[in-house]
Each structure stands twice: as structure tokens, then as C-alpha cells.
Design a protein around this ligand. Structure first.
Ligand code: G1P
Length: 307
């Protein structure tokens, strides 16, 4: 049986942010893709807010070349803050300070981006010997539908590794890590939890084990690092986190078992241009300040498109 220590508080999160952002060139030529604004907040800030809201207040970002803006964004901006204070713009001052005060930010640099698995391995020294979360910046989970609290509860109940899963149309499964799943014994409060018996990174539709896609939220234990050290490059010649977790599905006592929490809330893929635009529109519509006037304009615009 896995060693379940339900008293362990999960407080560390790893956010890989070393990717080149080629899908958004030329916008990302001199700016990290994580800084692209979703309404008026960089995409990455939503992810940090999500982590902090779940009690993950020690956050390490795995960065690389061209990522200095990330560190600046989560740091104090003394001159700017002084200017806003002088002008009495306390609303903006609070907005500027928010990104600094949410969590304790740390940075490690991945010298040669060799895949998501390698990025997570870069954070090993920071993580040390405790369970931790990984949040991928391209997946934006709507703040009204948090998934991390359910994942933390599942980790406390079952031990081991917990991933967020989402059902996607079969035709889209090749864009994701795909999970083979099995039901767990009925457990009150854990109706949305399944056992993951296998994982494949971006399989062809014909051989996908299911249409359950891994979305970018993982709760891992330090055992993942010894596996990642030995994980050979997989799909795309990269060291895949999915491949390492697949290994854990076969060893329930060390890093396993692996469970999935099925997410049914609102999620946007901001790593993709279409998903990014959808996120901006949907979140703008929901905003108290912008929503009413933006929605009115949008209704009219859509009507004109249909004519
Ligand atoms: C990564 C993971 C993949 C996962 C996806 C979720 O892929 O490798 O398993 O399903 O994130 O967004 P990427 O989209 O970075 O290629």
C-alpha cells in the first residue's frame, strides 16, 4: 500500500515557462508568451492566482532566455508604485501590487529546453522531499471552477499522483496526453475520481486509450524525479512528463497510484490562437466593469456578422 501522509500540506508549485512561444510570433519575439494579456492581466497571472488560491504559496517558475519580463512582473515596481501613490491612483496601485503579494516567487532556469519532463526535473532541488503541484501556463482554468482543491483532497485520500482529466472530442485527443482509466470503488465525495492505469502522450486517434485528456494540472510526489532522470526522449524528441507518469502507473507503492480528477468546468487553451481569443472574449464578458458594454457591442457585432 502507498504511504499516505494526509497531514502533509502541499505548498509548492512548479510552473514551467521556458517555452519559445513560436505559435504567437511575432508577438513573442521579444516578450514571453506568458505575458500576453488576457483582458488586462498577463495569462500567467491567472495561473499564479489559481495556485495561491489553493494554498500553493511557494512558486517556482522554470524560465529560460527572453523571460525577464516574468520576473519583473511578479516583483515590486518601486518607481511606478511611487508615481501611482503620488497621483492618488490607489485602485491601480492595488492592481500593481497584487502580483507581488500573492505568493513567494522563485525562478530556476532551464538552459536547454528539452521538454516538459526536463523542465519539472530542473525544479527538483527547489521541491525537495515533499509533494508538489505542476501548473501549465497554457491551460487557463476559470477562477470560478477551481480544480486544485479536489486534486489535493484526492491526494490526501489516495496518496500518490493525481492528474486533472477532461473529456474531449475523440478527434482532439491527439493534442493531449491521453489516459486509460478504470473506476474506483464508490467513495463519498470522490465521485469525480478515476484510477489511471496508463498514459500515452499525444496518441493517434485510432490507438488512443480513451478520450480523457490530461489538462495541465498535476499533483506529484518527489519519486517522479528519479523516474524523470531515467526517462528517454519521447514524442517530438522531448523528455515527456506523461512518459514518466506512465511509469508510475506501474508502481503503485512509489509515486503511484495515479488517479485522475475529472474536470467539467471552464478551461481555455491560451497556448493556441483560437483558444486565446476565446479566453479574452469570455473573461471580458464576465467582468463587472467591462462586461455590460462589451457584451452589448458583441451582440451587435455578431448580429452584423450573421447578416
Ligand atoms: C502538454 C502535455 C500534455 C497535456 C497538455 C495539456 O502538452 O505534454 O500531456 O495534455 O500539455 O495542455 P503541450 O500542450 O504543452 O504540447
Amino acid at each position: 500500500m502507498p504511504n499516505i501522509d494526509s497531514s502533509a500540506v502541499i505548498r509548492k508549485a512548479v510552473i514551467p515557462a521556458a517555452g519559445m512561444g513560436t505559435r504567437f510570433l511575432p508577438a513573442t519575439k521579444a516578450m514571453p508568451k506568458e505575458m500576453l494579456p488576457v483582458v488586462d492581466e498577463p495569462a500567467i497571472q491567472y495561473v499564479v492566482e489559481e495556485a495561491a488560491a489553493a494554498g500553493l504559496t511557494e512558486i517556482v517558475m522554470v524560465t529560460g532566455r527572453n523571460k525577464r519580463a516574468l520576473e519583473d512582473h511578479f516583483d515590486r515596481a518601486v518607481e511606478l508604485e511611487g508615481m501611482l501613490e503620488e497621483k492618488g491612483r490607489f485602485d491601480l496601485l492595488a492592481a500593481v501590487r497584487e502580483s507581488t503579494e500573492m505568493a513567494n516567487m522563485h525562478y530556476v532556469r532551464q538552459a536547454h529546453p528539452r521538454g516538459l519532463g526536463d523542465a519539472v526535473l530542473t525544479a527538483a532541488a527547489f521541491v525537495g522531499d515533499e509533494p508538489f503541484a505542476v501548473l501549465l501556463g497554457d491551460d487557463l482554468i476559470d477562477p470560478r471552477d477551481p480544480i486544485l482543491p479536489d486534486m489535493i483532497a484526492a491526494h490526501k485520500k489516495f496518496g500518490g499522483t493525481v492528474l486533472a482529466l477532461m473529456e474531449v472530442p475523440v478527434s482532439e485527443i491527439s493534442l493531449y496526453g491521453a489516459a486509460a482509466v478504470a473506476p474506483i470503488a464508490p467513495t463519498a465525495g470522490f465521485e469525480n475520481v478515476v484510477r489511471i492505469t496508463g498514459l500515452v502522450e499525444k496518441p493517434p486517434v485510432e490507438s488512443a486509450p480513451s478520450n480523457f485528456a490530461v489538462i495541465g494540472r498535476y499533483l506529484l510526489t518527489p519519486e517522479i524525479f528519479e523516474v524523470l532522470e531515467k526517462t528517454k526522449p519521447g514524442r517530438g524528441g522531448e523528455i515527456q512528463l506523461t512518459d514518466a507518469i506512465q511509469e508510475l502507473t506501474q508502481r503503485p507503492d512509489r509515486g503511484g497510484p495515479v488517479h485522475g480528477v475529472i474536470f467539467t468546468g471552464r478551461r481555455y487553451d491560451t497556448g493556441d490562437k483560437l483558444g486565446y481569443l476565446q479566453a479574452v472574449v469570455k473573461l471580458a464578458v464576465e467582468r463587472e466593469d467591462l462586461g455590460p458594454s462589451f457584451s452589448a457591442w458583441l451582440r451587435k457585432f455578431v448580429q452584423e456578422l450573421a447578416e
